[in-house]
Design a protein around this ligand. Structure first.
Ligand code: BES
Ligand code: ZN
Ligand code: ZN
Length: 500
């Protein structure tokens, strides 16, 4: 599906999409300036409450023949005073579903009706992003991908009364890059372990970087050994697939500017290892590399946006399998920073591989370091699948993160990381143990384990995306119901840009 900008007067499209909010005081729909015919149509619809502009309200008028359009699709945005970019991003999924259901071939969205509530450039951006995200489908593994029906909607035009201004065009272009990046992250998430081994993940990272200024370096098992990444080797030991350590670098700023470092968990399948998981929903553990796909998509978007910032992305990648050479409960390994770790539960493996990447990331002297990982089941208990858990001891960084997330509409929630949690992770026969002696607060103790691998003085935050990386139950209508969400790509891009 393509999205472009067009002037309303010249548009030859069958259907016009018009937004309206609900004025809670006057109890009637409210929208931007409309051609007289449409203003009358909206007033008529309100008389018998056919359409009031309530959230998710839809009114499709076929063969209405108004203002030069055959059909009119009214979309409600809800209480006028509450409408923001996220409202428009979400409403885009209703737009797309309604147009598909009505089997229209071409449609235009009257941009200024959203622009009544949110400035027009931001509206255009949110619409573009919401439409492209809502159009995501993962069907490449079906033997017969859905036939392209002739009626399929292939183009949506954003319509303006005058020639679109530069900021509007720029917002559309930016959102196209962001949505493309998020959909790329989703596709990697949706690919099963059979189709996305660590080697293949490294190839995906290499391929997406082609034609951009991103440099990709991939370390194989021998190099990982040489680099003393004991945690990554300990997890990979039970798998017949070789691990990979993927390094992606983008230099958008002078070489002397410190990089922002993003680390992503790249577990292409997590069976739990010897501490094997129950079979129920184990197939979902193909999504255990979603932190990795988030950070690949982040650097891709930043490169395409020509962001003036230096970025390093690190993805430790492996399977977690119970093969004959697998790490056994009680085994001890030595990490790159020299700390020794007792592995009491081989299913707490994400922290082992992330630890090594955090050590390496700290060595690059970043201005800040962020990691994203489907790290703990416990985060689902505390935050459900709406919010990503954020852990950092750095209050300034926490507010920077909140600001970035607020700007993108992605939901984050700060959770504690304290000395209590750190003390829980002490080992008996080694420096550290990979699980806590305390059953409770599992997401915080996992974060405390990661912190052991962050270099002195490095400003760092951990994002636990185990609840938000896939199947978010349509809480976010532009996220597929049963697919990866591409969560935190937008926030990470925003965060990186905040270091201009
Ligand atoms: N990949 C899982 C975490 C996970 C669980 C993500 C459910 C999404 C949904 C992780 O490697 C894991 O298994 N963690 C264990 C840790 C425990 C053994 C301390 C968990 O959360 O149960
Ligand atoms: Zn696990
Ligand atoms: Zn895992």
């Amino acid at each position: 599906m393509k999205i472009n900008l067009l002037k309303l007067s010249g548009a030859k499209l069958s259907t016009l999409v018009v937004f309206a909010g609900f004025d809670t005081k006057a109890k009637k729909p409210v929208t931007g300036k409309l051609p007289a015919e449409l203003a009358k149509c909206l007033a008529d619809l309100a008389v018998d409450e056919t359409f009031l502009g309530n959230k998710k309200e839809v009114c499709f008028l076929r063969s209405a023949d108004l203002a030069g359009f055959q059909n009119i699709l009214w979309i409600g945005l809800g209480p006028a005073s509450d409408i923001n970019e996220e409202t428009i991003r979400s409403a885009s999924s209703t737009v797309l579903a309604s147009l598909k259901a009505a089997k229209v071939k071409s449609a235009g969205v009257w941009l200024e009706t959203a622009g009544k509530f949110v400035n027009i450039a931001k509206s255009a951006g949110a619409l573009t992003e919401g439409l492209m995200l809502s159009a995501y489908e993962f069907d490449e593994l079906k033997s017969k991908p859905k036939e392209k029906k002739p009626a399929a909607l292939e183009q949506i035009s954003l319509l303006t009364s005058a020639e679109a201004s530069n900021p509007v065009a720029q917002a559309v272009a930016r959102s196209q890059i962001l949505a493309e990046a998020q959909n790329f992250a989703r596709r990697l998430g949706d690919l099963p372990g059979s189709h996305l081994t660590p080697t293949m993940l490294a190839k995906e990272a290499t391929d997406i970087a082609k034609g951009t200024k991103i440099k990709v370096t991939v370390w194989d098992k021998a190099r990982i050994k040489k680099e003393r990444m004991g945690g990554l080797l300990a997890v990979a030991a039970g798998s017949s697939e070789e691990p990979r350590f993927i390094i992606m670098e983008y230099k958008g700023a002078p070489a002397n500017k410190k990089p922002v470092c993003f680390v992503g968990k790249g577990l292409t399948f997590d069976s739990g290892g010897i501490s094997i998981k129950p079979s129920q929903s184990m197939e979902e553990m193909k999504y255990d590399m979603c932190g990795g796909s988030t950070v690949i998509a982040t650097i891709y978007a930043l490169a395409k946006l020509k962001a003036k910032v230096n970025v390093i992305v690190l993805i430790p990648s492996t399977e977690n399998m119970p093969g004959p050479a697998a790490t056994k409960p009680g085994d001890v390994y030595v990490a790159r920073n020299g700390k020794t770790v007792e592995v009491h539960n081989t299913d707490a493996e994400g922290r082992l591989i992330l630890g090594e990447a955090l050590v390496y990331g700290s060595e690059q002297k970043p201005v800040a370091m962020f990691d994203a990982a489907t790290l703990t089941g416990a985060i689902l208990i505390s935050l459900g699948n709406t919010h990503t858990g954020v852990f950092t001891r750095d209050a300034k960084l926490r507010s920077r993160i909140q600001k970035a997330a607020d700007a993108t509409g992605e939901l984050v929630w700060a959770l504690p990381l304290t000395d209590f949690h750190r003390d829980d992770m002490k080992g008996t026969h080694a420096d550290l143990c990979n699980i806590s002696g305390n059953r409770l607060g599992g997401s915080s103790t996992a974060a405390a384990f990661l912190e052991e691998f962050v270099g002195e003085g490095v400003s760092w935050a951990h994002f636990d995306i185990a609840g938000t990386a896939w199947n978010v139950n349509s809480r976010f209508p532009y996220c597929p119901r049963k697919s990866a969400s591409g969560i935190m790509v937008r926030t990470f891009v925003e965060l990186a840009e905040s270091y201009f």
